[in-house]
Design a protein. Structure first.
Length: 252
């Protein structure tokens, strides 16, 4: 059972609570590799001026764009599974490159300044393709009412290494870190981690190697998690997830 983390980052003042925010599709990708002391994940930090999750440590990712569901993207990204999943997987791989400079699949270098359609066109021209088949789907979270933006985000994981180079616009401070160390940094107040990020990190605590983690990831039966809100006595809003007391009575 998933249990909610109780921390200040999931509270907002009630008078700032929006009544209606459109939900956009998004994708996040967790890069894992075998570090010197165990499995490590790649994390970046959101720009402090960002409208959504400013200053938080996150996995590379972002909104699914129209180009991610295009014929061009299908020429640049290999995917042999359900066509309905393609756009999320393409977006995850595209965002990983745009934010951290890591390509999953291609062996040739690509100009990191390229984004969106330009990136896909460069891959097609080089004969290279991003590899969506190696991604494992491990989570699906819907941002609750409260933040200024809402996303239906799919989380993927892939075993791949590399030397990340952040775009320093949307994200910065790329770091390979053990999941437990990231959670400890959040508990100590050194890092800001949103609950879906914490939950995902916690899923990876018990695996000795990246290969072992990927096997476990392949067996995950993903269910969408959509938190709900309740108003606390002090006027703030607390978000609950399935299994929490009061979840069924809270506003969806």
């Amino acid at each position: 059972m998933v249990t909610a983390y109780r921390g200040p980052y999931i509270r907002i003042m009630a008078d700032t609570f929006p009544t209606e925010v459109p939900i956009r599709s998004a994708a996040t990708i967790v890069l894992v590799h075998d570090g010197a002391t165990g499995v490590e994940v790649l994390m970046v930090r959101r720009n402090r001026k960002a409208v959504f999750m400013s200053g938080a440590h996150v996995f590379p990712g972002g909104a699914v764009d129209e180009v991610d569901d295009s014929h061009l993207a299908r020429r640049a990204v290999t995917w042999s599974g359900d066509p309905e999943e393609f756009r999320w997987r393409a977006a995850a791989l595209r965002e990983l490159f745009e934010e951290a400079g890591v390509l999953v699949g291609p062996r040739s270098d690509v100009d990191q300044a390229l984004e969106g359609a330009d990136l896909y066109e460069a891959l097609v021209a080089s004969g290279e393709r991003l590899d969506a088949d190696v991604l494992e789907y491990v989570g699906n979270w819907v941002t609750p009412l409260g933040p200024p933006r809402r996303f239906d985000t799919r989380f993927f994981v892939v075993a791949a290494s590399g030397d990340p180079v952040t775009d320093d616009r949307e994200v910065f401070d790329a770091v390979w870190i053990r999941p437990g160390a990231a959670l400890e940094a959040a508990d100590n107040g050194e890092w800001q981690l949103e609950f879906p990020t914490r939950h995902t990190l916690a899923m990876f605590l018990d695996h000795a190697t990246a290969a072992e983690l990927m096997v476990a990831a392949s067996a995950i039966d993903v269910e969408q998690i959509a938190p709900r809100m309740v108003t606390a006595e002090d006027g703030t809003i607390e978000f609950l997830i399935p299994g929490d007391p009061g979840f069924d009575e809270a506003i969806a």
